[in-house]
Ligand binder design. Structure first.
Ligand code: ATP
Ligand code: PAU
Length: 311
């Protein structure tokens, strides 16, 4: 079967930046680094600037299509947000990619308001996960309230002026009761999470929802890397969290703060092997081919290849 994707090497993709009218100063690039101290500025310039241009073209075309439809219908329907989904494994860098794109996309005059929601907020609270024996399955399809996520997206896409998303705290390792993120008519909404391209089935093997999360996407991105690299990033991040989040007295994982390097590597390796690695192979990687664009990372999170689906 012929591949539906056009593949760009890093060099070819970087070349496409030439068509990006958006320029960015050194200070602004430095500001972006605040999103993630390890983010290289070359990476922003070579990979994410051309990507923001591609997305800008897509948003512009969609906005024009809306205009044409309005003219045809002779009414003034509300403009609805352009929705971008970002999928990929735990620890592959979805949140970082989402935040870079949020910042870059908000610089374009025709879509200044860019909101970002993560699907973590749609995990069931620990109370329900415990009841269902799913505490070691966080991130698996059954750990999410997918119907609620679909209804959230449906409201956003219907132009509802204020839509509330629940909030998850990585520190407390649970949904925060009575806290909401309110999405108020953004030009673009980025939805980031490992489950955004999934098409889950119920216990009778029927589709769980009439429409899938991805049916609301105008564009989708899968952040990809070899599993051994992702596993290494997961372990590195876990070790780093000992000095930061795990040391917070409010942390669910405060018992991990005092682990030695060897112990931390062992704990992170077993969480990877028993939860996140299995989820990647079984539930996340199989959705890669549904993405419009695939970012393929190598060592140090550097993008090696970009694959863009022809349609
Ligand atoms: N572009 C990048 N350059 C350098 N380091 C990065 C980049 N993206 C992510 N990282 C690093 O990789 C690790 C995982 O990144 P991030 O938290 O963004 O992943 P994620 O896919 O959102 O993970 P999760 O689903 O577990 O929240 C972090 O330690 C982060 O600092
Ligand atoms: C919240 C998720 C599922 C996704 O972001 C993930 O970060 C997680 O908590 N996974 C469970 C196993 C672990 O602690 O890595």
């Amino acid at each position: 079967m012929a591949s539906p994707y056009v593949t760009f090497s890093r060099e070819q993709w970087r070349g496409l930046r030439a068509s990006t009218p958006l320029t960015i100063s050194d200070e602004e690039l430095a500001c972006l680094q605040g999103l993630n101290e390890k983010l290289s500025l070359t990476e922003v310039a070579d990979i994410y600037l051309p990507l923001s241009r591609l997305l800008n073209l897509h948003v512009g075309a969609t906005q024009e299509l809306y205009q044409a439809t309005h003219t045809f219908l002779g009414n003034l329907e509300k403009k609805v947000p352009f929705i971008i989904g970002i999928a990929g494994s735990v620890a592959v860098g979805k949140s970082t990619t989402a935040r870079i794109l949020q910042t870059l996309l908000s610089r374009w005059p025709n879509h200044p308001k860019v909101d970002l929601v993560t699907t973590d907020g749609f995990l069931y609270p620990n109370r329900i996960l415990e009841e269902r024996g799913l505490m070691k399955r966080k991130g698996f399809p059954e750990s999410y309230n997918t119907r609620r996520l679909v209804s959230f997206l449906s409201d956003v896409k219907s132009g509802v002026s204020e839509v509330a998303a629940p909030v998850y705290s990585h520190l407390v390792y649970d949904i925060v009761p009575d806290e909401w993120q309110i999405v108020r008519e953004p030009d673009i909404l980025i939805v980031e999470g490992l489950n955004v391209l999934q098409t889950p089935l119920d216990e009778n093997q029927r589709r769980l929802t009439e429409v899938f999360v991805s049916d609301f996407f105008d564009f989708s991105i899968y952040v990809d890397a070899q599993e051994d690299l992702i596993k290494k990033w997961y372990i590195d991040r876990f070790k780093l969290l000992r000095q930061t989040a795990f040391s917070d007295p409010a942390s669910y994982f405060k018992r991990y703060a005092s682990l030695s390097d060897t112990e931390a590597t062992q704990v992170a390796t077993s969480i990877w092997n028993e939860i996140n690695g299995i989820n990647l192979r079984k539930n996340i990687l199989p959705t890669r081919g549904r993405a419009r664009l695939i970012l393929e990372k190598g060592e140090d999170h550097m993008i090696q290849k970009v694959k863009l689906r022809r349609l």
